[in-house]
Design a binder for this molecule. Structure first.
Ligand code: PLP
Length: 426
Protein backbone atom coordinates (compact mmCIF):
# COMPACT_ATOMS: atom_id res chain seq x y z
CA UNK A 1 0.00 0.00 0.00
CA UNK A 2 1.31 3.47 -0.87
CA UNK A 3 2.41 5.58 2.08
CA UNK A 4 -0.15 8.27 1.13
CA UNK A 5 -2.93 5.68 1.23
CA UNK A 6 -1.79 4.51 4.67
CA UNK A 7 -1.68 8.10 5.91
CA UNK A 8 -5.12 8.85 4.48
CA UNK A 9 -6.61 5.79 6.19
CA UNK A 10 -5.12 7.02 9.47
CA UNK A 11 -6.23 10.62 8.87
CA UNK A 12 -9.86 9.62 8.19
CA UNK A 13 -10.17 8.27 11.73
CA UNK A 14 -9.44 11.60 13.38
CA UNK A 15 -10.00 14.24 10.69
CA UNK A 16 -13.30 14.64 8.81
CA UNK A 17 -12.66 13.29 5.32
CA UNK A 18 -8.99 12.98 6.25
CA UNK A 19 -8.20 16.59 5.27
CA UNK A 20 -8.31 20.07 6.78
CA UNK A 21 -9.86 21.72 3.73
CA UNK A 22 -12.25 19.96 1.34
CA UNK A 23 -10.52 20.89 -1.93
CA UNK A 24 -7.54 18.79 -0.84
CA UNK A 25 -9.49 15.54 -1.09
CA UNK A 26 -9.99 13.61 -4.30
CA UNK A 27 -10.79 9.96 -4.95
CA UNK A 28 -9.49 7.54 -3.93
CA UNK A 29 -7.12 9.47 -1.63
CA UNK A 30 -4.86 12.51 -2.01
CA UNK A 31 -1.09 12.24 -2.01
CA UNK A 32 0.53 13.51 1.16
CA UNK A 33 3.30 16.09 0.93
CA UNK A 34 6.53 16.11 2.92
CA UNK A 35 8.48 19.08 1.54
CA UNK A 36 8.55 21.73 -1.19
CA UNK A 37 11.15 23.96 -2.80
CA UNK A 38 10.92 26.24 -5.81
CA UNK A 39 8.44 24.74 -8.27
CA UNK A 40 8.66 21.25 -6.75
CA UNK A 41 6.63 19.36 -4.19
CA UNK A 42 7.90 16.08 -2.69
CA UNK A 43 5.33 13.47 -1.71
CA UNK A 44 5.27 10.91 1.09
CA UNK A 45 5.67 8.33 -1.70
CA UNK A 46 9.06 9.84 -2.70
CA UNK A 47 7.79 11.41 -5.90
CA UNK A 48 8.92 14.89 -6.93
CA UNK A 49 6.11 16.78 -8.60
CA UNK A 50 6.11 20.02 -10.58
CA UNK A 51 3.51 22.05 -8.74
CA UNK A 52 0.85 24.19 -10.43
CA UNK A 53 -1.42 24.28 -7.40
CA UNK A 54 1.19 26.38 -5.57
CA UNK A 55 -0.89 26.64 -2.41
CA UNK A 56 -3.96 27.52 -4.52
CA UNK A 57 -2.11 30.58 -5.74
CA UNK A 58 -0.47 31.58 -2.45
CA UNK A 59 3.05 30.78 -3.60
CA UNK A 60 4.05 33.22 -6.32
CA UNK A 61 7.80 33.47 -5.76
CA UNK A 62 8.20 29.71 -5.42
CA UNK A 63 8.16 27.38 -2.42
CA UNK A 64 10.57 28.30 0.36
CA UNK A 65 11.73 31.54 -1.23
CA UNK A 66 14.99 32.28 0.64
CA UNK A 67 14.45 35.93 1.63
CA UNK A 68 10.92 35.19 2.86
CA UNK A 69 12.02 32.17 4.90
CA UNK A 70 14.96 34.11 6.34
CA UNK A 71 12.71 37.01 7.36
CA UNK A 72 10.34 34.64 9.16
CA UNK A 73 13.19 32.68 10.76
CA UNK A 74 14.97 35.72 12.12
CA UNK A 75 11.69 37.10 13.49
CA UNK A 76 10.89 33.77 15.18
CA UNK A 77 14.05 34.07 17.21
CA UNK A 78 12.72 37.35 18.59
CA UNK A 79 9.28 35.96 19.42
CA UNK A 80 6.26 34.77 17.48
CA UNK A 81 3.39 36.77 18.95
CA UNK A 82 3.27 39.94 21.04
CA UNK A 83 -0.34 41.11 20.70
CA UNK A 84 0.86 44.64 21.01
CA UNK A 85 1.68 46.80 17.98
CA UNK A 86 4.99 46.53 16.14
CA UNK A 87 6.74 48.88 13.74
CA UNK A 88 6.74 46.10 11.15
CA UNK A 89 2.93 46.26 10.98
CA UNK A 90 3.15 49.93 10.06
CA UNK A 91 5.77 49.13 7.44
CA UNK A 92 3.56 46.46 5.87
CA UNK A 93 0.53 48.77 5.81
CA UNK A 94 2.66 51.53 4.27
CA UNK A 95 3.96 49.17 1.59
CA UNK A 96 0.47 47.93 0.69
CA UNK A 97 -0.79 51.49 0.67
CA UNK A 98 1.96 52.50 -1.73
CA UNK A 99 1.43 49.57 -4.08
CA UNK A 100 -2.35 49.21 -4.18
CA UNK A 101 -4.16 52.14 -5.80
CA UNK A 102 -7.26 52.05 -3.54
CA UNK A 103 -5.41 51.33 -0.28
CA UNK A 104 -5.59 54.54 1.73
CA UNK A 105 -5.72 52.46 4.91
CA UNK A 106 -5.02 48.83 5.68
CA UNK A 107 -6.01 46.29 8.32
CA UNK A 108 -3.96 43.12 8.44
CA UNK A 109 -5.77 39.83 9.03
CA UNK A 110 -4.80 36.16 8.69
CA UNK A 111 -6.84 34.72 5.83
CA UNK A 112 -8.85 35.65 2.77
CA UNK A 113 -12.11 34.59 4.42
CA UNK A 114 -11.52 36.95 7.32
CA UNK A 115 -10.72 39.74 4.90
CA UNK A 116 -13.91 39.36 2.82
CA UNK A 117 -16.17 38.82 5.85
CA UNK A 118 -15.00 42.05 7.42
CA UNK A 119 -14.96 44.01 4.17
CA UNK A 120 -18.64 43.14 3.76
CA UNK A 121 -19.37 44.14 7.35
CA UNK A 122 -17.62 47.46 6.71
CA UNK A 123 -19.70 48.04 3.57
CA UNK A 124 -22.93 47.35 5.46
CA UNK A 125 -21.98 49.74 8.23
CA UNK A 126 -20.90 52.43 5.77
CA UNK A 127 -24.00 52.32 3.58
CA UNK A 128 -26.48 51.39 6.33
CA UNK A 129 -27.78 48.83 3.83
CA UNK A 130 -27.88 45.06 4.15
CA UNK A 131 -27.59 43.14 0.91
CA UNK A 132 -24.55 41.71 -0.78
CA UNK A 133 -24.32 41.14 -4.51
CA UNK A 134 -21.90 38.48 -5.64
CA UNK A 135 -21.32 36.62 -8.89
CA UNK A 136 -22.26 33.13 -9.90
CA UNK A 137 -19.20 30.93 -9.32
CA UNK A 138 -17.35 33.64 -7.36
CA UNK A 139 -15.68 32.32 -4.23
CA UNK A 140 -14.87 34.59 -1.31
CA UNK A 141 -14.19 32.15 1.50
CA UNK A 142 -16.25 29.79 3.60
CA UNK A 143 -18.43 32.16 5.64
CA UNK A 144 -22.19 32.65 5.64
CA UNK A 145 -22.27 36.00 3.80
CA UNK A 146 -20.84 34.54 0.60
CA UNK A 147 -21.45 30.80 0.57
CA UNK A 148 -24.18 31.11 -2.02
CA UNK A 149 -23.62 29.77 -5.53
CA UNK A 150 -19.93 29.80 -4.74
CA UNK A 151 -17.03 28.37 -6.69
CA UNK A 152 -13.99 26.34 -5.63
CA UNK A 153 -14.83 23.28 -3.48
CA UNK A 154 -18.33 24.68 -2.93
CA UNK A 155 -19.03 24.42 -6.69
CA UNK A 156 -19.79 20.73 -6.25
CA UNK A 157 -22.39 21.32 -3.52
CA UNK A 158 -25.90 22.76 -3.84
CA UNK A 159 -25.04 25.04 -0.88
CA UNK A 160 -23.75 24.47 2.62
CA UNK A 161 -25.93 23.09 5.37
CA UNK A 162 -25.67 25.18 8.48
CA UNK A 163 -25.64 28.49 6.62
CA UNK A 164 -28.50 30.58 7.98
CA UNK A 165 -31.24 30.98 5.38
CA UNK A 166 -31.82 34.48 6.75
CA UNK A 167 -28.22 35.31 6.06
CA UNK A 168 -28.16 33.75 2.57
CA UNK A 169 -31.35 35.67 1.75
CA UNK A 170 -29.31 38.86 1.91
CA UNK A 171 -26.89 37.61 -0.72
CA UNK A 172 -27.97 38.13 -4.35
CA UNK A 173 -26.19 36.36 -7.15
CA UNK A 174 -25.79 37.68 -10.69
CA UNK A 175 -23.95 36.25 -13.71
CA UNK A 176 -20.40 37.47 -14.31
CA UNK A 177 -19.61 39.43 -17.49
CA UNK A 178 -23.20 40.67 -17.78
CA UNK A 179 -23.27 44.39 -16.91
CA UNK A 180 -27.00 44.78 -17.44
CA UNK A 181 -27.81 41.90 -15.05
CA UNK A 182 -25.82 43.71 -12.37
CA UNK A 183 -27.48 47.01 -13.17
CA UNK A 184 -30.94 45.42 -12.92
CA UNK A 185 -30.05 43.72 -9.61
CA UNK A 186 -28.88 47.00 -8.12
CA UNK A 187 -31.81 49.02 -9.42
CA UNK A 188 -34.33 46.44 -8.25
CA UNK A 189 -32.89 46.27 -4.78
CA UNK A 190 -32.36 49.56 -3.00
CA UNK A 191 -30.88 47.68 -0.03
CA UNK A 192 -27.61 46.69 -1.76
CA UNK A 193 -24.66 47.51 0.48
CA UNK A 194 -21.92 46.11 -1.70
CA UNK A 195 -20.86 44.25 -4.78
CA UNK A 196 -18.07 41.76 -4.10
CA UNK A 197 -16.25 40.52 -7.17
CA UNK A 198 -13.18 38.52 -8.06
CA UNK A 199 -11.94 40.82 -10.86
CA UNK A 200 -10.81 37.65 -12.62
CA UNK A 201 -12.87 34.62 -11.59
CA UNK A 202 -10.39 32.01 -10.39
CA UNK A 203 -12.60 29.57 -8.55
CA UNK A 204 -14.81 28.27 -11.34
CA UNK A 205 -11.83 27.51 -13.50
CA UNK A 206 -10.33 30.76 -14.76
CA UNK A 207 -12.69 33.30 -16.36
CA UNK A 208 -11.53 36.68 -17.61
CA UNK A 209 -13.53 39.90 -17.60
CA UNK A 210 -14.77 41.08 -20.99
CA UNK A 211 -13.28 44.35 -22.21
CA UNK A 212 -14.72 47.26 -20.17
CA UNK A 213 -16.74 44.93 -17.94
CA UNK A 214 -14.98 45.97 -14.74
CA UNK A 215 -15.36 49.65 -15.59
CA UNK A 216 -19.10 49.05 -16.08
CA UNK A 217 -19.17 47.41 -12.64
CA UNK A 218 -17.33 50.40 -11.19
CA UNK A 219 -19.73 52.85 -12.87
CA UNK A 220 -22.97 51.24 -11.76
CA UNK A 221 -21.80 50.78 -8.16
CA UNK A 222 -20.62 54.37 -7.96
CA UNK A 223 -23.86 55.73 -9.41
CA UNK A 224 -25.91 53.83 -6.84
CA UNK A 225 -23.76 54.37 -3.72
CA UNK A 226 -22.95 50.70 -3.51
CA UNK A 227 -19.53 49.82 -2.10
CA UNK A 228 -17.40 47.97 -4.65
CA UNK A 229 -15.16 45.31 -3.11
CA UNK A 230 -12.48 43.77 -5.31
CA UNK A 231 -11.70 40.38 -3.83
CA UNK A 232 -8.04 40.24 -4.79
CA UNK A 233 -7.20 37.22 -2.66
CA UNK A 234 -6.01 35.48 -5.84
CA UNK A 235 -5.09 38.43 -8.08
CA UNK A 236 -3.47 40.64 -5.43
CA UNK A 237 0.30 41.09 -5.96
CA UNK A 238 0.15 38.31 -8.59
CA UNK A 239 -1.56 39.86 -11.62
CA UNK A 240 0.48 43.00 -11.03
CA UNK A 241 2.20 44.56 -8.03
CA UNK A 242 -0.91 46.61 -7.43
CA UNK A 243 -3.19 43.64 -8.22
CA UNK A 244 -6.15 43.70 -10.56
CA UNK A 245 -6.87 47.28 -9.52
CA UNK A 246 -3.61 48.35 -11.16
CA UNK A 247 -3.81 45.81 -14.00
CA UNK A 248 -7.24 46.92 -15.16
CA UNK A 249 -6.94 50.53 -13.99
CA UNK A 250 -10.04 50.38 -11.77
CA UNK A 251 -10.21 51.72 -8.24
CA UNK A 252 -12.65 49.83 -6.02
CA UNK A 253 -13.74 51.20 -2.64
CA UNK A 254 -12.31 48.24 -0.75
CA UNK A 255 -10.04 45.37 -1.69
CA UNK A 256 -9.18 42.14 0.07
CA UNK A 257 -5.85 40.32 -0.08
CA UNK A 258 -4.22 37.13 1.22
CA UNK A 259 -2.43 34.35 -0.73
CA UNK A 260 0.48 35.94 -2.66
CA UNK A 261 0.88 38.62 0.01
CA UNK A 262 2.71 36.18 2.30
CA UNK A 263 4.11 33.73 -0.27
CA UNK A 264 2.80 30.85 1.81
CA UNK A 265 2.51 32.43 5.26
CA UNK A 266 -0.97 33.05 6.70
CA UNK A 267 -1.56 36.75 6.20
CA UNK A 268 -4.32 38.76 4.60
CA UNK A 269 -5.45 42.36 4.43
CA UNK A 270 -8.45 44.59 3.96
CA UNK A 271 -7.55 47.83 2.27
CA UNK A 272 -9.47 50.77 0.92
CA UNK A 273 -10.89 54.23 1.26
CA UNK A 274 -10.09 55.98 4.50
CA UNK A 275 -13.69 56.99 5.21
CA UNK A 276 -14.78 53.35 5.07
CA UNK A 277 -11.72 51.83 6.78
CA UNK A 278 -11.90 54.37 9.64
CA UNK A 279 -15.06 52.66 10.82
CA UNK A 280 -13.03 49.72 12.12
CA UNK A 281 -12.78 49.51 15.90
CA UNK A 282 -11.20 51.09 17.85
CA UNK A 283 -11.34 54.08 15.46
CA UNK A 284 -14.97 53.34 14.67
CA UNK A 285 -17.82 51.00 15.54
CA UNK A 286 -17.34 48.07 13.18
CA UNK A 287 -15.94 45.29 15.27
CA UNK A 288 -13.20 43.14 13.79
CA UNK A 289 -10.54 41.48 15.88
CA UNK A 290 -8.06 38.63 15.88
CA UNK A 291 -5.38 37.35 18.24
CA UNK A 292 -3.08 36.45 15.37
CA UNK A 293 -3.71 39.45 13.11
CA UNK A 294 -0.47 41.23 12.35
CA UNK A 295 1.59 38.53 14.05
CA UNK A 296 5.24 39.37 13.57
CA UNK A 297 6.17 36.17 11.74
CA UNK A 298 3.54 36.51 9.00
CA UNK A 299 4.13 40.25 8.79
CA UNK A 300 7.89 39.72 8.37
CA UNK A 301 7.21 37.18 5.61
CA UNK A 302 4.81 39.58 3.89
CA UNK A 303 7.28 42.47 4.03
CA UNK A 304 10.03 40.26 2.57
CA UNK A 305 7.62 39.06 -0.14
CA UNK A 306 6.64 42.58 -1.13
CA UNK A 307 10.25 43.79 -1.00
CA UNK A 308 11.24 41.03 -3.41
CA UNK A 309 8.30 41.74 -5.68
CA UNK A 310 9.18 45.44 -5.76
CA UNK A 311 12.91 44.94 -6.29
CA UNK A 312 12.56 42.21 -8.89
CA UNK A 313 9.28 43.24 -10.49
CA UNK A 314 10.83 43.56 -13.94
CA UNK A 315 11.96 39.96 -13.72
CA UNK A 316 9.22 38.27 -11.65
CA UNK A 317 6.09 39.32 -13.53
CA UNK A 318 7.34 38.90 -17.12
CA UNK A 319 9.12 35.64 -16.30
CA UNK A 320 6.11 34.00 -14.64
CA UNK A 321 3.83 35.26 -17.42
CA UNK A 322 6.23 33.98 -20.09
CA UNK A 323 6.35 30.54 -18.49
CA UNK A 324 2.55 30.52 -18.33
CA UNK A 325 2.23 31.63 -21.98
CA UNK A 326 4.69 28.94 -23.08
CA UNK A 327 2.69 26.28 -21.26
CA UNK A 328 -0.55 27.49 -22.84
CA UNK A 329 0.99 27.67 -26.31
CA UNK A 330 2.55 24.23 -25.83
CA UNK A 331 -0.75 22.75 -24.70
CA UNK A 332 -2.48 24.21 -27.77
CA UNK A 333 0.10 22.60 -30.04
CA UNK A 334 -0.29 19.26 -28.27
CA UNK A 335 -4.06 19.51 -28.66
CA UNK A 336 -3.65 20.18 -32.36
CA UNK A 337 -1.31 17.21 -32.72
CA UNK A 338 -3.69 14.83 -31.03
CA UNK A 339 -6.72 16.32 -32.80
CA UNK A 340 -10.41 16.03 -32.07
CA UNK A 341 -10.38 17.20 -28.43
CA UNK A 342 -12.71 20.14 -27.82
CA UNK A 343 -10.85 22.41 -25.46
CA UNK A 344 -10.86 26.07 -24.47
CA UNK A 345 -7.98 27.60 -22.55
CA UNK A 346 -8.26 30.79 -20.52
CA UNK A 347 -5.12 32.46 -19.25
CA UNK A 348 -3.88 35.75 -17.87
CA UNK A 349 -0.52 36.64 -16.33
CA UNK A 350 0.68 33.60 -14.39
CA UNK A 351 -2.68 31.78 -14.33
CA UNK A 352 -4.34 29.38 -16.75
CA UNK A 353 -7.03 26.73 -16.97
CA UNK A 354 -8.37 24.28 -19.55
CA UNK A 355 -12.02 23.51 -20.15
CA UNK A 356 -13.07 20.53 -22.24
CA UNK A 357 -15.67 22.35 -24.30
CA UNK A 358 -15.65 23.95 -27.73
CA UNK A 359 -17.47 27.01 -26.36
CA UNK A 360 -15.87 30.16 -25.07
CA UNK A 361 -15.90 30.14 -21.25
CA UNK A 362 -16.91 33.57 -19.97
CA UNK A 363 -19.09 32.85 -16.93
CA UNK A 364 -20.18 30.11 -14.54
CA UNK A 365 -22.80 28.68 -16.90
CA UNK A 366 -20.30 28.19 -19.73
CA UNK A 367 -17.67 26.81 -17.31
CA UNK A 368 -20.15 24.18 -16.23
CA UNK A 369 -20.63 23.01 -19.81
CA UNK A 370 -17.06 21.70 -19.82
CA UNK A 371 -16.60 17.95 -19.42
CA UNK A 372 -15.40 17.59 -15.83
CA UNK A 373 -14.92 13.82 -16.21
CA UNK A 374 -12.29 14.35 -18.92
CA UNK A 375 -10.69 17.01 -16.76
CA UNK A 376 -10.44 14.54 -13.91
CA UNK A 377 -8.88 11.96 -16.20
CA UNK A 378 -6.36 14.56 -17.32
CA UNK A 379 -5.53 15.32 -13.69
CA UNK A 380 -4.80 11.64 -13.03
CA UNK A 381 -2.66 11.31 -16.15
CA UNK A 382 -0.69 14.46 -15.32
CA UNK A 383 -0.08 13.25 -11.77
CA UNK A 384 1.24 9.95 -13.12
CA UNK A 385 3.70 12.09 -15.07
CA UNK A 386 4.68 14.07 -11.94
CA UNK A 387 2.73 17.21 -12.78
CA UNK A 388 0.38 18.40 -10.04
CA UNK A 389 -2.48 20.72 -10.95
CA UNK A 390 -5.46 21.40 -8.67
CA UNK A 391 -7.67 18.30 -8.89
CA UNK A 392 -10.86 20.16 -9.77
CA UNK A 393 -12.08 21.80 -12.96
CA UNK A 394 -13.33 24.62 -10.76
CA UNK A 395 -9.88 25.88 -9.77
CA UNK A 396 -6.98 27.62 -11.52
CA UNK A 397 -3.45 26.50 -12.34
CA UNK A 398 -0.75 28.80 -10.98
CA UNK A 399 2.71 29.37 -12.43
CA UNK A 400 5.39 30.92 -10.22
CA UNK A 401 8.65 32.80 -10.58
CA UNK A 402 10.38 29.48 -9.80
CA UNK A 403 9.04 27.61 -12.85
CA UNK A 404 11.82 27.34 -15.41
CA UNK A 405 12.08 26.25 -19.03
CA UNK A 406 12.69 22.65 -18.09
CA UNK A 407 9.48 22.67 -16.02
CA UNK A 408 7.61 24.16 -18.96
CA UNK A 409 8.93 21.57 -21.45
CA UNK A 410 8.20 18.63 -19.17
CA UNK A 411 4.77 19.97 -18.36
CA UNK A 412 3.79 20.44 -21.99
CA UNK A 413 5.02 16.92 -22.76
CA UNK A 414 2.95 15.58 -19.84
CA UNK A 415 -0.18 17.35 -21.14
CA UNK A 416 0.50 15.93 -24.62
CA UNK A 417 0.80 12.40 -23.25
CA UNK A 418 -2.32 12.91 -21.12
CA UNK A 419 -4.33 14.02 -24.19
CA UNK A 420 -3.19 10.95 -26.11
CA UNK A 421 -4.22 8.74 -23.22
CA UNK A 422 -7.60 10.48 -23.06
CA UNK A 423 -8.07 9.88 -26.80
CA UNK A 424 -7.03 6.26 -26.39
CA UNK A 425 -4.01 6.78 -28.64
CA UNK A 426 -1.52 5.57 -26.08
N1 PLP B 1 -11.34 34.95 -1.97
C1 PLP B 1 -10.85 34.28 -3.01
C2 PLP B 1 -10.93 34.90 -4.39
C3 PLP B 1 -10.27 33.02 -2.84
O1 PLP B 1 -9.79 32.36 -3.90
C4 PLP B 1 -10.21 32.48 -1.53
C5 PLP B 1 -9.63 31.16 -1.30
O2 PLP B 1 -9.37 30.38 -2.18
C6 PLP B 1 -10.73 33.23 -0.47
C7 PLP B 1 -11.27 34.47 -0.72
C8 PLP B 1 -10.66 32.70 0.92
O3 PLP B 1 -9.35 32.76 1.37
P1 PLP B 1 -8.85 31.82 2.57
O4 PLP B 1 -8.89 30.42 2.05
O5 PLP B 1 -7.47 32.32 2.87
O6 PLP B 1 -9.78 32.04 3.71
Amino acid sequence: MARSEQLHNRAKKVMPGGVNSPVRFYEPYPFFAVSARGSKLVTADHKTLTDYCMGYGAIFLGHGYPSVIEAARSQMEKGTLYCTPTEKEIKLAEMISKLVPCAEMVRTVNTGSEATMNAIRLARAFTKKKDVIKFDGGYHGAHDYVLVKAGSGAASLPGSEGVLEESAAHTRVVPYNDPSALERAIEKNQDSACVIIEPVLANIGLVLPDKNYLSEVRKVTQQNDVVLIFDEVVTGFRLALGGAGEFFGIKPDLATFAKALGNGFPVGAIAGKKEIMQQLAPAGRVYQASTFAGNPVSVSAAIATLETLVEAKDAVYPQAARACDSIVEGIKEELEDVGGVDCTINSIGSMYQLFFTAEKVRDEASARKADAAIFRKMFDELLKRNVFIPPSQFETCFVSYAHDEEDVDRTVEAYGDAFKKIKGQK
